[in-house]
Design a protein around this ligand. Sequence first.
Ligand SMILES: Cc1cc2nc3c(=O)[nH]c(=O)nc-3n(C[C@H](O)[C@H](O)[C@H](O)COP(=O)(O)OP(=O)(O)OC[C@H]3O[C@@H](n4cnc5c(N)ncnc54)[C@H](O)[C@@H]3O)c2cc1C
Ligand code: SF4
Length: 278
Amino acid sequence: MSNNHYDVIIIGTGAGGGTLAHRLAPSGKKILVLERGSFLPREKANWDTVEVFHKDRYHTSEVWYDKDGEEIRPGTGYWVGGNTKVYGGALFRWREKDFEKVAHKGGISPEWPLKYRDFEPYYTEAEKLYEVHGKRGTDPTEPPAKESYPFPAVSHEPRIEEIHNALEVKGLHPFHQPLAIKLNEVNRRLNACIRCDTCDGFPCLVNGKADADINCVRPSVDSYNNITLLTEARVLRLHTSESGREVTKVEVLVQGQRIFFSADIVVVSCGRWKFLSF
Ligand SMILES: Cc1cc2nc3c(=O)[nH]c(=O)nc-3n(C[C@H](O)[C@H](O)[C@H](O)COP(=O)(O)OP(=O)(O)OC[C@H]3O[C@@H](n4cnc5c(N)ncnc54)[C@H](O)[C@@H]3O)c2cc1C
Ligand code: SF4
């Protein structure tokens, strides 16, 4: 078997790929993680609105085209951790009805073969892995959960607290968003998050977000030598058998050099956008 053969290849290190790498690391399997981007730099610009939003510092400059040939600026970034590097960390569980057939304006989302109850234990695991802060029983739409959130809800800012209380007086049911954040409001010495005035859309300068890079990829790569992470490794093509049912080779551009890898299992977790984007 060639040195370029692995038990598992994971393409992408975002919420999907990063989490999977973390879950599979203790298995001892030989795992290759291919990530198109590099580690997002920690720099003052992380929290600079002009750099982040006006100058698109952390977004790809690629232009894509839709089926009508119209330009799309994808507003996505290629980094270890994927879009969780800039996400707001609001980690809601899907509702039971989301797994049923849902009619949207743009079409039908078909019924899932698996239901919420099948995912429930994995939501619980994910909430622990991503250090989710929240309070059960306050969101009237939340689905049943076997365990409490692993961390208490993040306290409101004073003005939000006023709004929260005013809504309650009116008989409404405001609730704390479940947040994946490294915040300890009892013992602030243990905080990574400093409750700055950015978050959603920005990278976190102090690594205070629980994201796929910080919570999954780095600990896996640091603790397990059966995991190989290649950054700046852009997957170009999956070669398949004649039947089209097996992936025979994964063609990758690694820092400018074209390399072929293979694996018993190939996981494509490189985002919701088009797989091959040039
Ligand atoms: C500003 C913003 C705020 C958000 N806030 C929230 C929130 O509060 N709560 C929430 O639940 N969700 C939020 N999301 C959405 C959430 O981040 C995504 O749903 C999630 O990250 C998707 O996970 P993924 O693994 O499918 O893809 P991604 O996280 O996008 O990861 C894909 C990975 O694949 C890599 N990749 C792409 N192409 C290739 C290739 N050819 N070869 C190798 N690697 C490749 C990318 O570099 C990336 O690392 C937010 C998103 C954004 C942009
Ligand atoms: S310090 Fe806290 S609030 Fe600010 S970006 Fe980081 S996680 Fe978000």
